[in-house]
Ligand binder design. Structure first.
Ligand code: HEC
Length: 106
């Protein structure tokens, strides 16, 4: 391969890597945690299955519910285990991220 091509190729790869790093920095911890909810509750909390949708629940209520699952105060099959993996601070960040989607009308 001619050296100019090699240089062009590497420059492209480095530019791509730069973009990936820049994007990673703009994703908040709340968003990262919220995306774990999508596996069961559907993208942005709109569920395609019998698992309840959570897209319309106000963030304050999501925080209350998740803390109740975590403490065992609210019965669950799955949510207690999932919620107990997060600190109260992480629950607040995820709930606020989900709430911000509602405000954007997404
Ligand atoms: C492994 C699947 C799974 C994941 C991941 C998951 N959930 Fe759940 N969620 C459930 C199920 C199932 C229920 C019904 C209660 C139960 O049996 O656990 C539920 C119930 C809920 C409820 C109560 C809804 C209602 O109408 O009663 C809320 C709120 C909720 N989840 C929020 C979340 C949030 C926020 C996340 C991400 C941090 C999350 N869930 C991740 C499966 C999941």
């Amino acid at each position: 391969m001619n050296p100019a091509r090699v240089a062009a190729c590497c420059a492209g790869a480095i530019a791509l890597l730069g973009t990936a790093v820049a994007n990673a920095q703009t994703i908040s911890r709340g968003e990262v945690i919220a995306t774990t909810c999508y596996t069961c509750h559907g993208t942005r909390g709109v569920s395609p299955s019998t698992i309840p949708s959570i897209d319309f629940i106000p963030p304050e209520r999501i925080i209350e519910i998740l803390k109740a699952y975590k403490s065992g105060q609210r019965y669950s099959t799955i949510m207690g285990r999932h919620a107990s993996a997060y600190t109260d601070e992480e629950i607040v960040e995820a709930a606020n991220y989900l709430g911000s989607l509602q405000k954007k009308g997404k």
